[in-house]
Design a protein around this ligand. Structure first.
Ligand code: IMP
Length: 181
């Protein structure tokens, strides 16, 4: 129930943003995005699985723009010693060369995951890459790039709900919860 502490996979979390607060953030982000692309070639939305599917579903409906959406998974793994780290985007069904891309992400924390994804999108020849993140943690951010559209800046603490998980659980909570100190 809204307003109460919850337990997810053995950890306690306290309510942080209500459903209506989240909805107003999504509405504002959608308005920003609409105004940025007004009268211009529209982007392909790239929804980063797993966490961003909830935000992407709300954002897409709030946007009211004729846009395509693709669901991608970013996989990064250690290759052989000589190759070092190999990264790849899974799920892309169309080439991005020359396209405008809007990455839809649940949370940008240190920003390392997004930095690698952006490198990969640029390598694929995307014409423009912008980022919409429902949440950021500015104190933890170590990237040297801009997150263009942000729903809410959070303190540097662990959160669950609204698509975000702890050990695979908690994604279905409609509010955002922060780890109880
Ligand atoms: P980054 O590479 O440090 O920016 O981490 C990004 C990814 O870590 C996100 O896409 C989330 O999957 C996960 N993550 C970061 N912070 C949290 C959190 O507070 N709760 C749940 N997942 C998180």
């Amino acid at each position: 129930m809204e307003g109460e502490t919850v337990e997810v996979a053995g950890l306690k979390f306290t309510p942080y943003l209500s459903q209506s607060q989240i909805a107003s953030r999504v509405g504002r982000v959608a308005a920003e995005i609409r105004s940025y692309y007004a009268g211009q070639e529209l982007p392909i939305l790239l929804c980063m699985l797993n966490g961003a599917f909830v935000f992407a579903a709300d954002l897409l409906r709030a946007l009211q723009m004729e846009v395509e959406i693709e669901f991608i998974r970013y996989s990064s793994y250690q290759g052989t010693a000589s190759c070092g780290e190999v990264s790849e985007i899974l799920g892309l069904r169309q080439p991005l060369r020359g396209k405008r891309v809007l990455v839809v992400e649940d949370i940008v924390d240190s920003g390392l995951t997004m930095a690698r994804l952006m490198q990969e999108l640029e390598r694929q020849g995307a014409k423009e890459v912008r980022i919409a993140a429902m949440f950021t943690k500015p104190e933890a951010f170590r990237g040297n790039y801009t997150v263009h559209h942000v729903g809410e800046e959070l303190p540097n603490r662990f959160v669950v709900g609204y698509g975000l998980d702890y050990n695979g659980l908690g994604r279905g909570l409609p509010e955002l919860y922060i780890r109880t100190e």
